[in-house]
Design a protein around this ligand. Structure first.
Ligand SMILES: CC(C)(COP(=O)(O)OP(=O)(O)OC[C@H]1O[C@@H](n2cnc3c(N)ncnc32)[C@H](O)[C@@H]1OP(=O)(O)O)[C@@H](O)C(=O)NCCC(=O)NCCS
Length: 239
């Protein structure tokens, strides 16, 4: 008879290669009142507070801190020094690279990539002597979006699905789905596919002259752009 929750087969391999990983509330610095789904593993140097929830097969690496009320999906990776504060929600299959802090008000969809040392914010006009806890702004990152290394996201914006923020950019406005933005302040300099390749022009849609076809340089998949709205053309898949 099995005792305890079912474990993913990969857990045994990963744990034996990294004996300092723990997978049970009450072990290491994981609070008894934290929730770890099957296969979730936390490095013994990381702290997971009471009330935090970590989805199945997720990994929390060295010196990270997940606060109570944070909800992390399945198959996520939280790198060294990552901090996830109260109320933050992270979808499934997200990769948070080293030195990233997710402040209250930040929400990540599924498959989001946060590059090393990128910066979220949650107060627009902070002053040390003035409490602005009631004024935290929401920052929403759509499914599949990528934020490059060392980029800064000024709070209160939405990054659309599969948006791509170049390394070092400072985002001050909403970013449309599939848009590539770079620079300070970040401006749209291109479009990126779901697989992270440039989308290049493939001519206008003869049926609708204000619509442009875009082609993924990596896979050849077709997208359609009308103004600043880009969508994946699924008609080829259906045919
Ligand atoms: C934005 C990015 C995707 C562009 O890649 P690319 O299409 O191969 O770009 P190129 O190297 O062809 O450069 C095209 C132009 O954009 C500029 N450029 C490239 N990346 C830039 C960036 N992050 N910010 C500002 N300008 C950038 C280049 O200098 C070049 O300008 P030029 O035409 O005046 O010479 C890439 O540079 C980037 O920032 N990737 C994120 C990397 C990262 O953070 N990874 C984290 C995981 S380790």
């Amino acid at each position: 008879m099995s005792s305890g929750p079912a474990r993913a087969p990969s857990e045994t391999v990963i744990k034996s290669a990294n004996p300092e990983l723990v997978g049970t509330p009450g072990a290491g610095h994981v609070a008894r009142g934290a929730s770890l789904a099957a296969g979730a593993l936390v490095h013994e140097s990381a702290y997971v507070d009471e009330g935090a929830s970590i989805g199945s097969d997720s990994r929390v690496w060295h010196f990270a801190h997940v606060m109570g009320g944070a909800v992390i999906g399945a198959r996520c990776s939280l790198g060294q020094n990552v901090v996830v504060m109260n109320g933050v929600r992270i979808g499934d299959n997200c990769k948070i690279q080293n030195n990233v802090s997710l402040y209250e008000g930040v929400e990540l969809g599924d498959d989001v990539f946060c590059g090393p040392s990128m910066v979220f914010t949650n107060v627009l006009n902070p002053r040390s002597a003035v409490s602005r806890k009631a004024e935290y702004k929401r920052t929403v990152v759509g499914q599949g979006a990528t934020i490059g290394a060392n980029a800064t996201i000024v709070c209160g914006v939405t990054l659309g699905a599969y948006a791509f923020v170049g390394a070092g950019a400072v985002v001050t406005r909403d970013v449309p789905a599939y848009a590539l933005v770079t620079g300070v302040p970040a401006r749209r300099t291109g479009w990126m596919s779901e697989g992270g390749h440039a989308l290049v022009s493939d001519g206008v849609d003869s049926a609708q002259p204000d619509a442009e076809w875009l082609r993924c340089e990596g896979t050849g998949a077709r997208y359609r752009r009308v103004g600043e709205v880009v969508s994946l053309d699924r008609s080829a898949e259906a045919a």
